[in-house]
Design a protein around this ligand. Sequence first.
Ligand SMILES: [Zn+2]
Length: 372
Amino acid sequence: MVDVELLKRLVSIPSEPDNIDAKRGAAKLIESAAKERGLVAEYVEDSKGIPNVIVRHPHGKGKKVILLVHHDVVPAGDGWDFDPYAPFVDGDKLFGRGAADNKADIVAALDAMAAVSDPVVDPVLVSVGAEETGESEEFMKQIDGDIVIVLDSGPYVSIGASGVLRVDLKVFGKQTHSAYPFLGENAIYNAAKILQFVEHLGHVAERTFVSKYKAPEHYDGVPLRLNATIMSAGIAGNVIPDVAEILVDVRTVPEYGNDFAWRWIAENLLSFAEREGIRISVEKNALMHPWVSEGDHAKRFADIVQRVTGEPQDVYVELGGTDGVHFADRMPVVQFGPMRPENNIHGKNEFVYLKDVEMVQKVVEEVLRRGL
Ligand SMILES: [Zn+2]
């Protein structure tokens, strides 16, 4: 059974990025809930004052299995049909900001650790306080262990994630007063042509550069993807602008990584622009490389999930980025959790299915009983 009361108490704490008191409150609640369960808990603030909690099992032994979760949430924003911090249960759903991302996993992991009195591994639950803003990265990089289960994902097994590359694209023209358009060249019109080509490149990339790793949704293999996501141009209503700026967000895959994607996109854009007689500049900003954690652990973990769910399990690589990247350099990584697309994480009216929380709990219990 899911401890619905603890989950509601956690969700009722608005641990948004700028609410440090709430983040501390959430961490303190995790610490006391762990102690009530007979676990060993330590509240630790990192050098930036971000509150984290580390929970250990009094009888842990052998392989150190990190269970990674986070107790901060993204801002609720507007448009909810109810108070995001007044959680409630309706049928099998528990509603509220952070219900799925990521407070359900905290409760599931705590209860799993409490349910197994004599684990065959040494489980260490690490709940970080600033995952959503990236500020916990340094703290995560200091955690050592023999394997990490990132409990911040969908109800499927994943062992890697796509990379992120940004292309800053500038499209030029010639500035002039809009009453005398014949004296200038409109960068917005040039940008319109370039944008159409960016869209075309996106379609080609999705068809052509497909990873052997399976995607958890929509695609078969994870493809290279690219999209224009920000565009800005113009300084005044009566000025024909001389520059338009376009940000192209690129999601890369292990076989077609950031260097490949950058070369392919830059070459194609530059030669298209030349053919069209449009002046452009391109600059790259590589944020994160794609990664995969290869090894037997994926199969072992998938078997455990199969034992709990009764369903055969494939192994996937995520379409988005995950925190597994901060561990993959030094230990095997698997990712799992209760988040389904309809849960509206990072959106309004977020909820989690209680049956999914229970599933996560049982999976963690199996890991503690049988090892990983
Ligand atoms: Zn999350």
